[in-house]
Design a binder for this molecule. Structure first.
Ligand code: FMN
Length: 187
């Protein structure tokens, strides 16, 4: 059985990306994977500083690294901040990549929601590039941009745009199929 780890790039409780991530997690579970989630707001990571690292990798970073290490697939839903990935999220990734990169060789899926008309169109290529630095394999398509997020999620966190929902489902299925082939595991 594939192990899937979900990570939100937003710390916000009512985050649209967190909502999208819950939907993606549900799809992955329905397809048969074992799914868990990192709660970035509970990590309280310091800003990366090699001086801190030189005193020893902080416990919460070690925990994060081991959660990534033991997963086959990483699902990331991230907002766009100033046309790029949120600084806090990048900080988390930077910490994780030190002292051995646990992302290396994993399969991933990225997607994003924004409260504007472009739906993370400008930040996703940045995130894709970061994932390339980490040696994470991402499918080129489908690319999921959830535009005008305030209008496409209902009060219960459902995505009411059926076309987007179908695209997200396809992304998760294709990603799991790729991971299953690579890891020679069943989904
Ligand atoms: C610092 C900051 C920068 C932002 N920059 C962008 C941006 O470049 N493009 C965009 O579409 N939305 C931008 N937004 C608005 C976000 O799309 C919106 O806050 C969204 O709800 C964040 O995702 P979340 O709901 O998952 O937290 C920005 C928000 C913040 C706080």
């Amino acid at each position: 059985m594939l192990k899937v780890l979900a990570i939100s790039g937003s710390l916000r409780k009512e985050s649209y990306n967190r909502k999208a991530l819950q939907i993606a997690k549900k799809f992955a579970e329905e397809f048969g994977a074992e799914v868990s989630e990192i709660e970035p707001s509970e990590l309280n990571l310091p800003i990366y500083n090699q001086d801190i690292q030189d005193q020893g990798i902080p416990d919460q970073v070690a925990k994060l690294k081991s959660a990534i290490e033991s997963s086959d697939v990483i699902l990331i839903a991230s907002p766009e901040y100033n046309y790029s990935v949120p600084g806090g999220f990048k900080n988390m990734i930077d910490w994780t990549s030190r002292g051995g990169n646990p992302f290396s060789g994993k399969v991933g899926a990225i997607f994003g929601a924004s409260n504007g008309p472009y739906g993370t169109l400008r930040s996703q290529p940045h995130l894709r590039q970061i994932m390339t630095a980490l040696n994470v394999l991402l499918l080129p398509q489908p690319q999921i941009m959830i535009r005008n997020a305030a209008e496409v999620f209902d009060a219960k966190g459902n995505l009411i745009d059926s076309k987007l929902l179908e695209q997200l489902k396809t992304l998760i299925l294709k990603t799991l199929e790729l991971a299953a082939k690579i890891s020679k595991k069943e989904i």
